[in-house]
Design a protein around this ligand. Structure first.
Ligand SMILES: CC(C)(COP(=O)(O)OP(=O)(O)OC[C@H]1O[C@@H](n2cnc3c(N)ncnc32)[C@H](O)[C@@H]1OP(=O)(O)O)[C@@H](O)C(=O)NCCC(=O)NCCS
Length: 287
């Protein structure tokens, strides 16, 4: 498109970008205002802006989790400038940047129903690697079951998680709301340090494990990993509402693979009306 320029985002772009991102999704709006300052400050990765005659008209964020793991997010084009090839130009810039970074894995997540986003992903060489259900609920008071795990338990919890059904179905990913990260010892340690891992033991054995990261986008608690026997899974899924109430959050969310888990989550009181599908796509080309 003529006059289109791609560059790093600057803080002076903020008002215009937040303005065109105000109503990205009906009934929800957008989360860009929540993450803007963090994205501008990030030293790793890249925050890209597309501008026409000095006016920002699109954005995309490349987040670098370290050790070659890249997460793409925040692709937006001003509704007044759509269908003019701006997202295409942004994506070409993203690919150029990735060729410099040379990551090991590049992923993004989109709503199952966002056909445009999936189509763009497929055109650029991404393939679906995992599917999830995202449930959201109002928190409710109740007794939190299990106990907060600490670093002493790290070895046993790591073994439990790498052998879990959840990780098998999730292609090795755990969820932080709409962001998915490769499970690793390092990631587990950071969740343990933050007190975000709960375990249920019976007769000395681990019967259930759950991780409840805080979703940076909305600042809410989300269950991003759970496994164990059915009654433990149910308790740990219910915990999410109780932990949300304890922290006075407006809502909480639960993310699980589309197979096996949804039935248990729904039995634990999460309704199908407050549920959407998520797909994670991964880049399969050479960089
Ligand atoms: C998705 C989005 C970034 C596309 O931006 P855009 O600048 O309009 O996209 P482009 O003009 O570069 O189109 C790229 C391709 O996407 C597809 N596409 C884009 N908009 C489409 C639409 N409304 N219907 C069908 N296909 C569409 C087409 O394949 C198109 O190629 P084509 O025009 O050659 O057919 C924009 O619609 C947007 O900001 N949507 C809301 C936020 C969002 O969904 N972001 C992705 C979240 S993961």
């Amino acid at each position: 498109m003529r006059g289109l320029k791609l560059r790093d985002a600057r803080d002076t772009d903020k008002d215009v970008v937040l303005d065109f991102c105000r109503n990205t999704w009906r009934g929800y709006g957008d989360f860009i205002h929540q993450v803007w300052d963090e994205w501008i400050r990030a030293r790793k990765g890249r925050f890209i802006v597309a501008e026409i005659e000095g006016r920002p008209v699109g954005i995309a964020k490349i987040s670098d989790f370290g050790r070659g793991e890249i997460w793409l997010e925040g692709l937006r084009v001003d509704p007044r400038y759509r269908r003019k090839g701006i997202a295409k130009a942004i994506n070409q810039e993203v690919i150029r940047t990735l060729k410099r970074i040379k990551p090991r894995a590049v992923r993004f997540c989109t709503d199952q129903s966002n056909r445009i986003s999936r189509r763009i992903g497929t055109e650029y060489g991404f393939r679906v690697v995992a599917r999830f259900k995202f449930y959201w609920q109002k928190p409710r008071r109740g007794r939190v079951r299990g106990k907060v795990a600490n670093l002493i338990d790290a070895g046993a919890i790591y073994d439990f998680i790498v052998r879990s059904r959840f990780l098998q179905l999730s292609s090795g990913l755990v969820a932080e709301g709409w962001v998915f990260r490769e499970f690793s010892r390092r990631l587990l340690r950071s969740y343990l340090n933050e007190g975000r891992v709960y375990i249920i033991r019976k007769q000395g054995f681990l019967r259930g494990v759950a991780i409840y990261p805080i979703d940076d986008k909305d600042g809410v608690i989300t269950l991003g990993f759970v496994d164990g026997d059915q009654s433990s899974i149910k308790m740990l899924v219910r915990n999410c509402k109780y932990l949300g109430a304890r922290a006075a959050m407006e809502y909480c969310s639960v993310v699980v693979p589309t197979r096996f888990f949804p039935r248990i989550v729904e039995q634990a009181g999460y309704g199908q009306k407050q549920r959407v599908g998520q797909v994670v796509m991964q880049y399969m080309g050479d960089l």
